[in-house]
Design a binder for this molecule. Structure first.
Ligand SMILES: NC(=O)c1ccc[n+]([C@@H]2O[C@H](COP(=O)([O-])OP(=O)(O)OC[C@H]3O[C@@H](n4cnc5c(N)ncnc54)[C@H](O)[C@@H]3O)[C@@H](O)[C@H]2O)c1
Length: 369
């Protein structure tokens, strides 16, 4: 069985990606994480789901693959990656591809501590790329973000939209994409896919894993779910601006169920795996970038209503002024990923809200009761 290295695999998206990769029953997984914004419990629970969902005719190798190897380490430490690659070198399950999920990810914070953001998101990537070249591991899937589009001119946003990130965080994602493409151009065997996530939401339907950010959530949905269990209710819910050029005046985003998003990484692995398929993709080249979204915009008020329905909490809110830097509408054009990767999101808004609430109500204090 091939092994996939997933730095950041203990985090919100990473844990769902690890699970989706394990559920293919075709890969083993090694996670690198420093638990900056996550907990080891997430990994244990992913292993449990992977074991619980084993098919009756699972082989011993598939059973063994439910065990995740974990390296507690930091992207900024050059040796972390080299050690990980050499640990399996020459074995049947040597590392075959990397899915880089780990990053610092808060737009607001990135403007306050830019050096840390460049250190982790950029220097960490350089460390990884160097170690991959040395170990001759040639396949990379990279967690990018819709923030690379800045304020897009066209909605829905195609991948050909200019990259014009407007925050330090967004620029680290944009620069990372450029760096990865340059490496693909320079090294014949290197191939990579960037997945530009829109707004991941929800949780695995078991309620065993989900989003558990350290501190007050910066994103709308985890804030709404935590408010429903009684946290962060003071000073109340504040909606930034209702005078945007959108149907109800509040900002519109493209929410995608985190299990759909995680499944997109398996589509990307399949594409990057198959030489014929990768070479023949219509957008030729060894570096590709795809939007992962649903292509359906939802406003802040839509999301509040969806969460009200599942939680029963009223969400009293007040409208305050626009937040600087907020873009009115970020809705993906998902057609390229569908055409070339065979990716299509299956879950709708109600399932995202239901699964988010299932996770939050079963784990009101997250992973750390
Ligand atoms: N959540 C979103 O809305 C969103 C949207 C678009 C893109 N993304 C991207 O998706 C990826 C995952 O985001 P997430 O929401 O799961 O975030 P997260 O914080 O839950 O996960 C990131 C993981 O990386 C780990 N990490 C951070 N710094 C590290 C370091 N120096 N060394 C080792 N591990 C480190 C954290 O401990 C955590 O487990 C990130 O690259 C983020 O930029 C997220």
């Amino acid at each position: 069985m091939k092994r996939i290295l997933i730095p950041g695999g203990a985090g919100y998206i990473g844990s769902h990606v690890v699970l989706s990769v394990l559920l293919t029953r075709r890969y083993k997984v090694t996670v690198i994480d420093n638990y900056h914004n996550s907990f080891p419990t997430a990994i244990e629970r992913v292993e449990k789901i992977a074991r619980d969902e084993l098919p009756a005719d699972a082989t011993q190798e598939q059973k063994d693959a439910c065990k995740i190897d974990v390296i507690k380490g930091d992207l900024r430490d050059r040796d972390t990656f080299s050690k990980a690659f050499s640990q399996y070198k020459g074995q049947k399950d040597e590392i075959y591809a990397v899915i880089l999920v780990a990053a610092l990810k808060a737009v607001g914070e990135s403007g306050e501590i830019p050096i840390d953001y460049y250190d982790v998101n950029i220097c960490g990537l350089v460390n990884l790329l160097r170690a991959m070249k040395e170990a001759q591991v040639w396949r990379l899937i990279y967690s990018s973000s819709a923030t690379v589009y800045g304020t897009p001119k066209t909605i829905p946003i195609p991948e050909t939209s200019p990259l014009q990130a407007e925050s330090v965080y967004g620029r680290t994602k944009q620069m990372s994409e450029i760096m990865i493409k340059d490496v693909c151009d320079a090294h014949t065997d290197f191939r990579a896919i960037s997945l530009r996530y829109f707004n991941p939401a929800g949780a695995h339907p078991s309620g065993l894993i989900g989003e558990d950010p350290v501190g007050k959530p910066g994103n709308l949905l985890p804030l709404l779910s935590q408010m429903a269990v009684g946290k962060y209710r003071d000073p109340g819910l504040r909606v930034n601006g209702n005078d945007y050029p959108t149907p109800d005046g509040t900002c519109v985003r493209d929410y995608i169920h985190v299990m759909d998003l995680a499944g997109g990484h398996v589509n990307a692995l399949d594409a990057i795996d198959s030489d014929a398929r990768f070479q023949n993709l219509p957008s030729r080249g060894k570096y590709r970038a795809f939007n992962l979204g649903r292509g359906q915009g939802m406003s802040v008020l839509n999301m509040i209503e969806a969460m009200r329905k599942v939680t029963g909490w009223a969400y009293p809110y007040e409208i305050i002024g626009r937040r600087p830097g907020d873009v009115p509408d970020l809705t993906a054009d998902p057609t390229l990923a569908e055409k070339e990767l065979g990716f299509k999101a299956k879950h709708g808004l109600d399932e995202m809200a239901r699964d988010l609430w299932n996770w939050q109500s079963k784990n009101p204090k997250g992973y750390n009761p």
